[in-house]
Ligand binder design. Structure first.
Ligand code: HEM
Length: 223
C-alpha cells in the first residue's frame, strides 16, 4: 500500500496539488467573509481562524520527518519546505488580520499593544523566528551558512512551537478554556518527544558503531 503512495508523491503534479490544498483554508475564509458566514464577529473569526491554521500547519510540518522515517517514505521530504513556508504565510495573514481589524493598521497602537499584552508579545516572537526560518529556507542560504549551522538554526522551529502554545494558552487563560490548547500541546509534545528519542537513539547507535569498529579493527603490525 505504501509503494503506490510513494510513487504518487513523486508524481510531477504532487507538489502543485499539495500547494493548492494548503491554500484551501484561505479560499474558504475569503469565501466565508464575502458570503457573510463568519458569524456575529467576522473580524474575530478571521483573526482566530488564521491563528488556528498557523498552528495546524506547524503541526503538519513537524510531522513530516517522523512520518518519513517511521514509514520509510523519503519522498515526503519534498514537501517540507513548502509546508514550512505555508506556516509563515498563515502567520503573516494572522498578523495582518489582527493589525487591520483589531488595530486599524495604527503602528503606534500595535507596538503599545505588543508591549502591554504578553500573549501578543509571545506571538510576535514566534513570528519573528518564523520569518528568520522562511528567509533562510532556500538552497542558497543552506550553501552560504553550511549544513550544520543551517540545521542548528532550523531546529528553532521547536522554539516556535513552544511559543505558539504559550501564546494560545495565555490567550485562553482569560477565558479559562484550555481544551483545544491541551490537544495542540499534546500533539506538539509528542512530535518533539519523538525527535529527542530519535536523536538519542541515533547517538547511541553511532557510539555502539564506533566501539565495535575499535574491537574489530585488525591489530596493526609494527614490524
Ligand atoms: C507563529 C505565530 C502565531 C501563532 C501560531 C498564533 C496562533 C494563534 C492561535 C491558535 C490563536 C487562537 C485562535 C482560537 O482561539 O481559536 C491566536 C489568537 C490570537 N493571536 Fe496569534 N498566533 C501567532 C502570532 C501572532 C501575532 C504575531 C499576533 C499579533 C501581533 C497575534 C495575535 C493574536 C490575537 C490578537 C489573537 C486573538 C485574541 C482574541 O480573539 O481574543 N498572534 N493566535
Amino acid at each position: 500500500m505504501l509503494e503506490p503512495m510513494r510513487k504518487l508523491l513523486l508524481h510531477p503534479a504532487a507538489k502543485p496539488v499539495v500547494f493548492a490544498m494548503c491554500l484551501l483554508p484561505l479560499v474558504w475564509l475569503v469565501y466565508a467573509a464575502f458570503a457573510n458566514q463568519l458569524g456575529a464577529n467576522p473580524a474575530e473569526a478571521l483573526i482566530r481562524s488564521t491563528g488556528d491554521w498557523t498552528l495546524r500547519a506547524l503541526c503538519l510540518v513537524l510531522a513530516v520527518t517522523p512520518l518519513r522515517l517511521l514509514t520509510s517514505t523519503p519522498q515526503l521530504a519534498r514537501f517540507r519546505r513548502m509546508l514550512g513556508l505555508f506556516v509563515f504565510f498563515y502567520a503573516v495573514l494572522h498578523l495582518l488580520s489582527y493589525a487591520w481589524f483589531d488595530m486599524g493598521f495604527d503602528v503606534a497602537d500595535i507596538v503599545r499593544d505588543i508591549i502591554k499584552r504578553p500573549f501578543i508579545l509571545v506571538g510576535s516572537l514566534a513570528l519573528l523566528l518564523l520569518a528568520l526560518l522562511a528567509a533562510t529556507s532556500f538552497n542558497r542560504a543552506i550553501k552560504a551558512m553550511g549544513a550544520k549551522r543551517w540545521q542548528a538554526l532550523h531546529r528553532t522551529v521547536y522554539a516556535v512551537a513552544a511559543l505558539a502554545i504559550l501564546h494560545f494558552f495565555w490567550m485562553r487563560a482569560g477565558k479559562n478554556d484550555f481544551g483545544e490548547v491541551a490537544v495542540y500541546a499534546a500533539i506538539l509534545a509528542a512530535l518533539m518527544g519523538w525527535r529527542v528519542w530519535n536523536g538519542l537513539r541515533k547517538r547511541r547507535a553511532a557510539r555502539a558503531g564506533a566501539s565495535s569498529a575499535v574491537v574489530h579493527r585488525p591489530a596493526t603490525r609494527t614490524h
